[in-house]
Design a protein around this ligand. Sequence first.
Ligand code: ARG
Length: 460
Amino acid sequence: MGKLWQGRFDGGTAANADLFNDSLPFDQRMWREDITASVAHATMLGECGIITKEDQKAIVDGLNGIYADMESGKISDITGAEDIHSFVENELVSRIGDAGKRLHTARSRNDQVATDFRLYARGAFDRLAKSLANLTESLVRQAEGSLDAVIPGYTHLRKAQPMCCGHFFCAYAEMFLRDLDRVTASRKRANVMPLGSGALAGTSYPIDRDITCALLGFDKPSDNSIDGVSDRDFSAEFAFDCSLIMSHLSRLCEDLIIYSGGEFGLFEISDAYSTGSSIMPQKKNPDICELIRGKTGRIYGYLTAILTVLKGIPLAYDKDLQEDKEGFFDCETNTTASVDIMAEMLGAVTVNKEACERAAEEDFCCATDVADYLTKKGVPFRTAHSVTGAIVRHCIDSGKTLQSMTAEEYRNFSENFEGDITSFVSGRACADARDSFGGASRKSVEKNIGSIKARLDTFR
Ligand code: ARG
């Protein structure tokens, strides 16, 4: 099939130039959107009297036929054209003849590709949102299932303070809920229709952009035709949204890897989401977590790529913009797959309650609560901190723990300690003491879970 623009040219393009220039190998991923947008465009052209009703019908029927044949696999050889737009137009002309040659009236591939891509992006945002909601639900289920467990919270990856285990899962649910919010907002900004912008300056035909806009479900037509054809903010936003999602996933993976390792032993990742070693028979490796963590790199890569593509190109359309798609598709495939597998894998993570409870009391994890005990008896916090520091030092030197110390031993450090001090230093007591809003007590976590569920519902 010839090029759409052959007329002005003396000879053909070099084979290597075609290979280098053609986008069909990857933009065919948008064939549905291309046909859908063309159906809307042809319908509008007919409604506005720019083409005859007969031509409108022939074009729409022809395009619907191509859609059906693509969907059924009857058309399987999608090659031989410069891009998906040329492919569909060539196919249409070969099916219906001259009427098909009227489809591109009052349109350029510049507003066409921008429209197709936004339609595609809209779907990608929606698919990602669905996956994020599902992952948030999975985290909430884990939080609910681990309300009874107490784990050590960490700072600097050193034991810090005991917390209700659900608090950990809810923290990640908060991140993915923010991601869901961000993806929803990005989708809204993306849902503006470039179609009708022409090559860059609009058109002299009496088109009605409100018709195509309504048919395609866009919120509004773009207000400036130059911006319409050259804006790819939505692609950069998608990459950023994916990057932050991957960052959150990567942190979760790192925590899961650490917590499920022999040295920590707090969680167990199911065999169904682990792999073994070809040489070391004992090995059970967290490959899924590692792969998600690793894939974060390519997603950040595309964010940098698209920002760099966009930064120096003159208005309006430049072929540089063809570089907007492959990274986008890769982001979509890998981010959505990562979110989905994480949701699945989390459902099969078990919390080792005994080990968690033990760990939550080890390494003086309850020391803050000893200081708080004194403070609540009237000792200034800084003094209480220093007294407790001396107690910890004493325990280290004499091989004791905050739990094995008797009340009398505590009193050697401050007369403000009473008999009840020993009941304040269990992991559970320390976790449940933190019942401030947003805190780590079971009650606070239950409230957090309720709030996450309510916020999640607003996205349905
Ligand atoms: N494949 C092109 C792209 O992805 C389509 C637009 C071509 N427009 C042009 N003026 N050559 O950007």
